[in-house]
Design a protein around this ligand. Structure first.
Ligand code: ADP
Ligand code: MG
Length: 629
């Protein structure tokens, strides 16, 4: 057991300084971190009046020996670091040796502890009231571990007390702190009581199922039901946890937990990488939800940046950013309809109104745990291990950019007799076999907008324009990345009257546009000629397409930037190349679209992040008709 010692003046000066006790929540954060640092696996938190009257935290950790009790309350006294080397390799949550000193200077504090290493069977107590500390250590009754009791916070600093909000607001913040720490350590049991009422009661969660249950209790069951579980390792970095499906986005960034080596942080670099990974699939202005853990060598991250330790500095920010982006991007791309269906099927059966009440009855969706692997590209290829566990089965089928979908944009040619025969045969199988594709077989089209299909679970409804738009977009993106977009010359070049600015732009950006498959020449001051377009957009309204692309390009400016906005241009083009509402589709065409959706990355959302399909299970339909009730 390491004893507490005063930091040298030099070392104390190297520690990010600042006040950490702002409100009850910050007291709870500091005290809980001490419990975890002491190796406790059970922590009980008792709060009265939002924490301003009482905060009592008891743990079963290593405790503090009698002779160190007074020191624990002194400034710059810590058992966690002793020299500069330690400061650069911090494995504990605390290290500043200031928390207890700060807290006791603005409250009435009592510290009782019985050390694991103690030779006698007694616990010891010290007390402090504001600036006055009684040096007397008195015997007390206490099992192994430590209790810190903080009463009347800010009793001697009325100015700070004035800044406290209502009891409820302060308690909400405090509870959020407990949640964050509860998500950081699944192996520790937490209980939280407010005015004698049990608010959270979390058992130690060791298995994946139990951890999932804790996440559901803390973040709400809907989050777990609508998220994928990831575990990715590359270049000495590991990222694991839960990320929401893009269709489960939020209006605020309030369900985002990111941990670096067990410490929760808010970091610009991390937010940026996450945002980029979701960029293509999230509805504008919405925020993803996630609980993610990044693990790396302590020496590769500096936690001594800010007194509250909410910020960190990565030694190699670029590497971390790229790793996060790639890992999440890949995970999101790999979501297929069959995955979501798996989740819904399971949840439909087993979620029964999660709640934490009284002693906290816990129930969470039972998740089948299946591992599958996928590959990252680029720097990380070959070294990483990816597994998406939880709700998912089946391995992803990589999209082949040259093997273009059976469902071509314009439906230019008739569907072959053979295809129809295949579909009919497949449909026949549906009757007696459970060999049904995830999105099932089409049965009808509704108002020229929706496709209705029957699958093993019930009714699938597909927004056909949204779905096709995504498929076209993904095809164009992957074609663009591999051999380039295949273009086809127009039999009759199309002249379009445009503004002078648009014509200038078309002329200047001719090369960049050609790379996207659009061949344009300037014909006159206010006129351009379109000579070729991407094959996949054959059926599109070319004039409208070109006008929209030009207006995008005008908005984004230089060709350098066009490259950055390439995906946006492709999305604009994809929208034009996609099947419009009010188009009559044959059953075979509808089935071809369903199969394409199953194959295509990110096909669960359209290019704007809206869902492309929903499931109405037989159970749900039965409920509608009050069957079996
Ligand atoms: P720091 O955590 O930065 O070291 P603190 O002021 O929070 O500083 O705590 C001072 C010291 O008191 C710690 O280094 C630790 O040795 C001891 N301590 C505080 N709380 C506990 C606890 N719950 N269990 C065991 N030791 C504790
Ligand atoms: Mg501490």
């Amino acid at each position: 057991m390491t004893r507490i010692a005063l930091l040298s003046q030099r070392l104390a000066n190297q520690i990010a300084a600042g006040e950490v006790v702002e409100r009850p929540a910050s007291v709870v954060k500091e005290l809980l971190e001490n419990c975890l640092d002491a190796g406790a696996d059970r922590v009980e938190i008792d709060i009265e009046q939002g924490g301003s009257k009482l905060i009592r935290i008891r743990d079963n950790g290593a405790g503090i020996v009698k002779d160190d009790l007074g020191l624990a309350l002194s400034r710059h006294a810590t058992s966690k670091i002793a020299n500069l080397d330690d400061l650069e390799n911090i494995a504990s949550l605390g290290f500043r040796g200031e928390a207890l000193a700060s807290i006791c200077s603005v409250s009435r504090l009592e510290l009782i502890s019985r050390a694991r290493a103690a030779t006698d069977e007694t616990a010891w107590r010290v007390e402090a009231e504001g600036q006055e500390m009684s040096t007397a250590v008195s015997p007390a009754a206490h099992p192994q571990g430590t209790t810190v009791e903080v009463r009347d916070l800010f009793f001697n600093t009325p100015a700070r007390k004035k800044f406290l909000r209502t009891e409820k607001t302060e308690f909400d913040r405090l509870e959020e702190v407990v949640k964050r720490l509860a998500l950081s350590r699944f192996d520790v049991a937490f209980s939280l009581r407010h005015n004698q009422r049990v608010i959270q009661h979390l058992h130690a969660a060791l298995s994946v199922q139990e951890q999932q249950r804790r996440v559901a209790l803390v973040c709400g069951p809907a989050f777990v039901e609508n998220s994928i579980q990831i575990d990715i390792e590359a270049s000495g970095l590991r990222l694991w946890g839960w990320v929401s499906l893009p269709t489960f986005s939020r209006s605020q960034a309030d369900l985002q937990y990111f941990y670096v080596n067990g410490r929760i942080i808010r970091d610009k670099l991390v937010s940026h990488a996450v945002k980029q990974a979701y960029q293509d699939v999230l509805f504008h202005g919405r925020h993803p939800a996630f609980v993610l853990y990044l693990e790396l060598q302590p020496a590769l991250v500096d936690v001594n940046v800010h007194p509250t330790k909410h910020e960190v500095r990565f030694r190699d920010g670029r590497l971390v950013h790229d790793f996060l982006f790639r890992a999440l991007h890949k995970a999101l791309a790999s979501v297929r309809p069959q995955d979501r269906l798996g989740a819904e099927a399971i949840n439909g059966e087993s979620v029964n109104g999660e709640s934490v009440n009284g002693e906290g009855v816990v129930s969470a969706p039972g998740y089948a745990s299946v591992e599958r692997s996928a590959e990252l590209t680029g720097d990380f290829a070959g070294q990483e291990r990816i597994s998406f566990a939880g709700t998912f089965g089946s391995s992803p089928t990589p999209l082949q950019s040259n093997q273009f979908s059976s469902f071509s944009a314009g439906y230019s040619g008739p569907v072959s007799q053979q295809r129809v025969a295949e579909q009919v045969a497949a449909y026949a199988r549906l009757q007696n076999d459970d060999d049904v594709p995830p999105l099932g077989f089409a049965i009808a089209q509704l108002h020229g907008i929706y496709i209705l299909a029957q699958n093993a679970q019930g009714l699938i409804i597909v927004d056909m324009h949204a779905a096709h738009e995504r498929i076209t977009y993904e095809h164009m993106k992957s074609a663009c990345q591999s051999e380039g977009i295949k273009a086809q010359p127009l039999l009759v070049p199309l002249s379009i009257a445009v503004s002078q600015a648009e014509a200038d732009c078309a002329e200047q950006q001719a090369e960049a546009l050609l790379a996207l498959g659009v061949g344009i020449e300037r014909a006159a001051a206010e006129s351009i000629v379109v000579r070729q377009i991407p094959v996949i957009l054959a059926g599109a309204n070319i004039e409208q397409l070109v006008r929209d692309v030009l207006s995008d390009v005008l908005e984004h400016g230089s060709s350098e930037r066009i490259r950055n906005y390439q995906d946006e241009l492709l999305a604009t083009m994809a929208c034009h190349g996609s099947v419009r509402a009010n188009r009559q589709l044959s059953i075979a065409e509808m089935n071809a679209l369903l199969r394409d959706m199953e194959r295509t990355e990110r096909s669960g959302q359209c290019n704007h992040g809206r869902p492309t399909w929903v499931l109405q299970s037989l159970d749900q339909l039965d409920k509608l008709f009050l069957r079996g009730q």
